[in-house]
Design a protein around this ligand. Structure first.
Ligand code: SAH
Length: 259
């Protein structure tokens, strides 16, 4: 069968380097789950290393031409190819509430949306690993006080320990993307339930960073805080000065204020 020709609008940049594919597959520690879901397998360069592991590999791929290629070339995948859009598909039609890991050389045009979707599914995802454009991978793993530290960093690190693992050159892809890539791994924290309203935590983090150069006193105005609470010195800070723990403390204070 003919190889699939890359389609730009689907973020297709096929990895050519087998050793990097193997290194990415090897980032999974395989603990706490029996199933792994690869998002955007393309022609299966990463998939074939997953299929060697003592785990059930499922793939979800939006491109029907890639799906046909996978179906023909990887008999072990039969019955485990989901021909859908990861962002729109209800993955529990396959996993039915079970724990599963996510991996991929992800489509970069939707990378942050993939992370947000995975965060929504955090109760079922003990491990999340793979490749993004370098800047996004770094942003997810960044600590407070840096320019890149933002919504993605705080929300991901509230529930996961994030590690930036290695950088990948643009030259090992066909066609080469414009940017370098970075591989990361997120391992869910043992206790990943926050000691505050998680819904309010998401709102506080997102609202705070929407105007990242303002103090929280200004940016969180829309939350209708009491005058008393607004005097708290935490509101003198800008969002990038708060660690994940600080955001949790802030959320607790706002919760106690009765928003
Ligand atoms: N993993 C392969 C392909 C990477 S390119 C490799 O390393 O070579 C990204 C892949 O994601 C493409 O195959 C593209 O078709 C697929 N893709 C893009 N958007 C998707 C979506 N919303 N859901 C599932 N797959 C998607």
């Amino acid at each position: 069968m003919e190889k699939v020709k890359a389609k730009k609008h689907l973020g297709q940049h096929f990895l050519k380097d087998e050793s990097i594919a193997k290194d990415i597959a090897d980032t999974l520690n395989l603990k706490g789950y029996q199933d792994v879901l690869e998002i955007g397998p393309g022609m299966g360069v990463l998939t074939k290393y997953l299929l060697d592991k003592p785990i059930n590999t499922y793939v979800i791929e939006i491109d029907t031409e890639s799906v046909a290629y996978l179906d023909e070339n990887y008999p072990k995948l039969h019955g485990k190819i989901i021909s859908k859009d990861f962002l729109k598909y209800n993955i529990n039609e396959v996993f039915d509430g079970k724990q599963f890991a996510i991996i991929g050389n992800f489509p970069y045009n939707i990378s942050t949306q993939i992370v947000f979707r995975a965060l929504e599914l955090r109760n079922q995802i003990p491990e999340f690993a793979g490749m993004f454009q370098k800047e996004v991978a770094e942003r997810i793993c960044e600590k407070k006080g840096t320019k890149a530290y933002g919504i993605l960093s705080v929300l991901a690190q509230a529930f996961y320990d994030a590690e930036y693992l290695f950088t990948v050159s643009e030259h090992v892809f066909d066609p080469p993307p414009k940017v370098k890539s970075g591989v990361l791994r997120l391992r869910r924290k043992e206790n990943f339930t926050l000691p505050c309203s998680e819904k309010l935590f998401f709102t506080v983090v997102k609202t705070g960073f929407q105007q990242r150069r303002k103090t929280l006193r200004n940016s969180l105005k829309t939350l209708n805080l009491s005058d008393n609470l607004r005097e708290d010195s935490i509101f003198d800070l800008r969002p990038e000065q708060l660690s994940v723990e600080d955001f949790i403390e802030l959320t607790k204070k706002i919760e106690a204020d009765g928003v």
